[in-house]
Design a protein. Structure first.
Length: 224
């Protein structure tokens, strides 16, 4: 299927399908199961022309909950590591949230990997230019819910900031204070912080160390 055919198929089937899932199934279900409290919402509302959104990763529901919480105020597209993106059981989540596939299998030929990387960067650049928020999880995977560990070899956040220095970084600290019982809604606290001129000093390792400190509530300067 060529690019034009895929685009037409998405317009005819994908767009109304996502609207149906989001508004008639996911949004009501999220409201039923979760009580989301947003602290410093002004930081998010102050962003009018796209942002790099960096969040910690607590569960497989994170992308759905954050996109659902934001959709009335901002357009957000999450990113997903290729291994998770390709997992068949999660395909509906990727479809619903419009996730952007990140990375590729190291077993693939170098030219194929390079092509996929270039394609991902192109998609992210288009989204940011169009005013979307691009959501990327700092840890690169689901953490233990306590201490945030951001592997120093991850380059996604650093590369996005370098490529789009005009875009603010919106940091999203997500917490679930207590374990919900079956008759209770799970309480989720989302705290936002906007950073303009996010520092890329020290390359990916430096960026990841500062993000790790921030999410672990260690005092750190994030702006250049």
């Amino acid at each position: 299927m060529n690019k034009t055919a895929r685009r037409l198929t998405d317009i005819v089937i994908g767009v109304p399908g996502r609207w149906f899932l989001r508004n008639l199934i996911v949004h009501p279900l999220a409201k039923l199961l979760y009580k989301i409290e947003v602290a410093n919402i002004e930081a998010g509302l102050s962003i009018k022309n796209g942002a790099i959104i960096v969040a910690r990763h607590l569960s497989r529901m994170d992308a759905i909950l954050l996109v659902d919480a934001a959709w009335r105020f901002a357009r957000v597209r999450p990113t997903a590591w290729w291994r998770e993106y390709d997992r068949w059981a999660q395909y509906w989540v990727m479809l619903l949230t419009g996730a952007v596939r990140m990375g590729s299998d190291k077993k693939l030929p170098p030219d194929v990997r390079a092509e996929r990387t270039a394609r991902t960067k192109e998609v992210l650049a288009k989204l940011l230019k169009a005013g979307w928020g691009v959501l990327i999880f700092a840890e690169g995977g689901i953490g233990d819910g306590k201490t945030v560990v951001v592997p120093r070899y991850l380059t996604g956040i650093h590369d996005l900031v370098v490529a789009h220095p005009d875009k603010p970084v919106l940091l999203v600290q997500t917490e679930m204070p207590e374990k919900a019982r079956f008759w209770q809604r799970q309480r989720v606290i989302v705290t936002l912080e906007r950073v303009d001129g996010f520092s890329t000093a020290g390359g990916p390792a430096g960026v990841n160390k500062r993000l790790e400190d921030h999410f672990n509530s260690v005092p750190v300067t994030l702006a250049a």
